[in-house]
Design a protein around this ligand. Structure first.
Ligand SMILES: Cc1ncc(COP(=O)(O)O)c(C=O)c1O
Length: 388
């Protein structure tokens, strides 16, 4: 019996059916709509009696190819490509929750997800409770008869907190809840939440999936049943990924695994070197033995990822460090070929109240570094000179 292809091979080889032009690389399908063979064919397509493309808000060969590859990598049955990571987060909640429902949410979250929960869903009667990684006993206590979903990021942005996916999945199953995991920081190369029991896996394709800082995109992945429910929302709400971005991300998936290898190797090297630096209070990286969840990270991730944080004394030290960088970019993105330093307290997490930031360990001296693909020694020298 033929051995199943590895996900690395699938990420390269899954491809839209070749046209009679015999192209090697998938062409771009920049078309809003598709033609019908007959009036009857149109009716059958609209009734979903036959499969096929109708309109690019519903499906398109480029978005399909991207999703098939990502499903092969994440080992999920189905998925939807969205215009951004946030439209994936929003649609997965808006489609699967109703007024009066409650979400249990890990406190360590990307700032915009926090804004959605507090300022958007709350006004529509969907409530949430934040729980902390450090107090797992609080999670079960916070579940009520209205709770429908557990939502978490691991590793989290920016604190790199690690949540036990197997444990979270058992908790979700015991209470019949949907476990929704944002896998943006790890990517399927390092961690496949569905294999631990996650029902929905979210991505911001803008980050490592694109890997080159070129475009916005996202994805919602899961079982065929759940994705059908989300699709009933997205087909009409319209957060579709553009075919151009899907074409670009699909190409990027072909190199994701090799890129992640280099991101992780350089991030570990820098984190290890900087741990000894006298100006740094703390370096946090999931695969450093000093990380509070080092053992868990080793259990559920195959490498530590491309991000680490450094804690400096205060805001002025953090600012002069960022301003002193010569190679590393001052930007708020992550997962790029170019290394980026971000000051979360005044940028990505600035909308949180000071107490909320304090609860997440986002001090005024915290810097997040997304390690790119430059030479690691050059990066180390740049960081050291900026610290000096
Ligand atoms: C963990 C995480 N999830 C979701 C998002 C949102 O993604 P996008 O910017 O593509 O909307 C981000 C963006 O930084 C993120 O870091």
């Amino acid at each position: 019996m033929a051995k199943e292809q590895s996900s690395d091979t699938k990420a390269v080889r899954i491809q839209t059916q070749r046209s009679d032009q015999r192209e090697h690389s998938t062409p771009l399908f920049l078309t809003s709509s598709f033609v019908f063979d007959s009036a009857e064919h149109a009716e059958k397509l609209f009734n979903q009696e036959v499969e096929g493309n109708v309109y690019s808000r519903y499906s398109n060969p480029n978005t399909d190819e991207f999703i098939h590859k990502l499903c092969a990598l994440e080992q999920t049955a189905a998925g939807i490509a969205t215009a951004s990571g946030m439209s994936a987060v929003f649609s997965s909640m808006a489609a699967l929750l109703e007024q009066g429902d409650h979400i249990l949410v890990s406190r360590a979250l990307f700032g915009s997800t926090h804004q959605l929960l507090t300022n958007v869903f709350a006004k529509w009667g969907i409530t949430h409770t934040y729980v902390d990684v450090a107090n797992p006993e609080d999670w079960e206590k916070a579940i009520t008869s209205d709770t429908k979903m557990i939502y978490l990021e691991t590793p989290s942005n920016p604190g790199l907190e690690i949540i036990d996916l197997e444990w979270a999945s058992e908790l979700a199953k015991a209470h019949n809840l949907i476990l929704n995991v944002d896998n943006c920081f790890a990517t399927p190369v390092l961690q496949k939440p569905a294999l631990f029991g996650a029902d929905i896996v979210i991505h911001s394709a803008t980050k490592f999936i694109d890997g080159q800082g070129r475009g916005l995109g996202g994805a919602i992945l899961g079982s065929a049943d759940l994705i059908e429910k989300v699709q009933a929302f997205t087909r009409h709400a319209g957060p579709a990924m553009s075919p151009f971005n899907a074409w670009m991300f699909s190409k990027s998936l072909e190199t994701l695994s090799v890129r992640m290898e280099r991101h992780c190797k350089s991030a570990l090297f820098l984190a290890e070197c900087l741990e000894k630096h006298p100006s740094i209070q703390e370096v946090r990286y999931p695969f450093l033995p000093s990380h509070p969840s080092f053992t868990l990270a080793k259990k559920q991730m195959s490498a530590g990822g491309g991000l680490f944080t450094i804690k400096l004394d205060d805001k002025s030290k953090a600012r002069s460090f960022i301003d002193g960088l010569k190679i590393i970019s001052r930007s708020s993105n992550l997962g790029d070929t170019r290394t980026i330093a971000t000051h979360p307290a005044t940028t990505t997490h600035s909308k949180l109240h000071a107490e909320e930031r304090a609860q997440l360990g986002i001090t005024d001296g915290l810097i997040r570094i997304s390690c790119g693909l430059e030479d690691a020694q050059d990066l180390l020298r740049d960081i050291e000179q900026a610290l000096d």
